[in-house]
Design a protein around this ligand. Structure first.
Ligand SMILES: Nc1ncnc2c1ncn2[C@@H]1O[C@H](COP(=O)(O)OP(=O)(O)OP(=O)(O)O)[C@@H](O)[C@H]1O
Length: 208
């Protein structure tokens, strides 16, 4: 479960954001819609504890993160949150498999090749595990990104524009996969997007 309370953030005196409160229980999904520049990525990064708000608070599993040390924040993120970034940020010299296993490494977890392979099979890119990530199509990279976010069984999955650069078929495929995978592990799924095609896919919605 993830929630936020009166989050405010500013990049500069001219660029200030005040976000609506969000709440997403375990096993629930939430769609955050907004036009370009409305602060969707900023909000997602606040929820992912990658940015610190000027004021307001984020709570993970009902517990405020406000007074955590930077080390505790990092540990909380690694333990609880799987992030699908707008751009995947792969390490281009590593294989698809090793990019996925990096999630384990960064969370101080044992490498779980079997799980990586299982996710790749479920997500339909098992044949590409030994390739470099730049040899994959955008849709395939998106699915690798999803697998990577699921490696540590997160309680919360945060996805930034997971479908905006995909055609209708791949858009449907990716969103159904995300919903299915998060339901399987009982996670909260929060998606930020300007992709209007997702409007009918989520019953809980917030507009920026
Ligand atoms: N590091 C930064 N420094 C200064 N301004 C920034 C920074 N990051 C984002 N901004 C500005 O803040 C605003 C919101 O950015 P953000 O990326 O959160 O929007 P968004 O809704 O996700 O947009 P898009 O849909 O185009 O990705 C934009 O006007 C952007 O230029």
């Amino acid at each position: 479960m993830i929630s936020s309370n009166q989050l405010r953030f500013s990049y500069s005196a001219q660029k200030k954001f005040s976000f609506p409160d969000i709440h997403c229980n375990d096993k629930e999904t939430l769609l955050i819609l907004g036009q370009s520049g409305k602060g969707k990525t900023t909000l997602l990064h606040l929820l992912a504890l990658l940015l610190t708000p000027e004021s307001g608070d984020v709570a993970i599993a009902g517990k405020s993160v406000r007074n955590l040390t930077p080390q505790e924040i990092t540990a909380t993120r690694a333990k609880n949150i799987g992030i699908i970034y707008q751009r995947p940020h792969f390490v281009s010299s590593l294989s698809v498999m090793d990019n996925i296993l990096l999630s384990n490494y960064l969370a101080n977890q044992q490498e779980d090749r079997q799980k990586a392979r299982h996710l790749a099979e479920q997500l339909g890119f098992a044949d590409h595990l030994s390739k470099k990530t730049n040899q994959l199509s955008q849709g395939e990279q998106q699915r690798v990104s999803i697998a990577r976010s699921l490696m540590n069984n997160p309680n919360i999955i945060l996805a930034d524009e997971p479908t905006s650069s995909l055609d209708d078929d791949n858009c449907q495929r990716v969103i159904q996969l995300l919903k299915k995978q998060s339901a399987q592990i009982g996670a909260s799924l929060v998606v930020v997007t300007h992709d209007q095609r997702l409007k009918d896919e989520f019953s809980n919605q917030v507009f920026l």
